[in-house]
Each structure stands twice: as C-alpha cells, then as structure tokens.
Design a protein around this ligand. Structure first.
Ligand code: HEC
Length: 107
C-alpha cells in the first residue's frame, strides 16, 4: 500500500463517527462498583480477580461486552456487566486504560 493510500485510509477511519464518546471521569465515578474486587486503582485486591488497570481500552470494552452478552461467563462479572450501557462500558474502559502501570522485572 502506498503512503498516500495509507494516509487516506487513516483519514477515513478517523472520520467515522464513534457511536459513544468515552468519558474517563464518568468511568472513574462508575468504578466505585468495581473497587471491592479490582481495587481503587484497578489492581486486584482479591485472589481470583484480575488487575484491570492499564489494559488496552478496546480489550476492556470487548470483555465487558462479552460478559454482558453472555459469550464470556463468570458468576460475578456476568451479573455486574448485565446492567451496563454501551456508554458505561466506554467510560469504564477509558478510565481503567488511562491508569499508568509500571512493571519491574525480577533481577
Ligand atoms: C465481586 C467481585 C467483582 C466486582 C465487583 C467486579 N469484578 Fe470484574 N472481575 C471479577 C472476576 C472474579 C473476574 C475474572 C472473571 C473471569 O475469569 O472471567 C473479573 C474480570 C473482569 C474483567 C476481565 C479482565 C481480563 O483481564 O480479561 C474486566 C474488564 C472487569 N472484570 C471489569 C470490571 C468492572 C468495570 C467492574 C465494575 C463495573 C467490575 N469488573 C466489578 C470480579 C469482580
């Protein structure tokens, strides 16, 4: 693909209106419902819940939609995701993906 075609393609993708605009601040407020298990900072406080801070936004929203749709099942997350709207999911994904996480490799 030529650089010009690539640039044109990117411009087209960028101009497609997104159905919901993510609001990380609203996601932060909504995340009160997630803290017991995923921690106030998105780092899990219970042994069977994963860390969700700093994960890619698209991944987080796909997982929440999968729990809501029932294509990914979990006794806790299925119940939690059910009432979430597309807007809630976009906001939560924006909030958790915006948290900076650093990793330190063992020596
Ligand atoms: C009662 C505990 C609990 C609460 C509250 C909770 N979760 Fe979870 N969450 C879990 C557990 C346990 C898993 C792992 C489930 C699995 O194995 O699929 C999980 C998985 C997830 C995943 C998938 C992570 C991955 O790496 O694939 C996301 C995203 C997530 N939760 C988001 C949320 C959000 C957003 C909220 C608040 C609206 C929330 N959770 C509230 C327990 C909880």
């Amino acid at each position: 693909m030529s650089v010009r075609t690539y640039a044109l393609l990117l411009a087209v993708i960028a101009s497609v209106p997104s159905p919901v605009l993510a609001d990380a601040a609203a996601g932060r407020a909504k995340s009160a419902a997630c803290m017991t298990c995923h921690g106030p900072d998105g780092l899990s406080r219970i042994p069977n819940a994963p860390h969700i801070a700093g994960q890619p936004e698209a991944y987080l929203s796909e997982q929440l939609k999968a729990y809501r749709a029932g294509t990914r099942k979990d006794p806790m997350m299925t119940v939690i995701a059910k009432p979430l709207t597309d807007q809630d999911i976009a906001n939560l994904a924006a909030w958790y993906s915006s948290i900076q996480v650093t990793a330190t490799l063992p020596p």
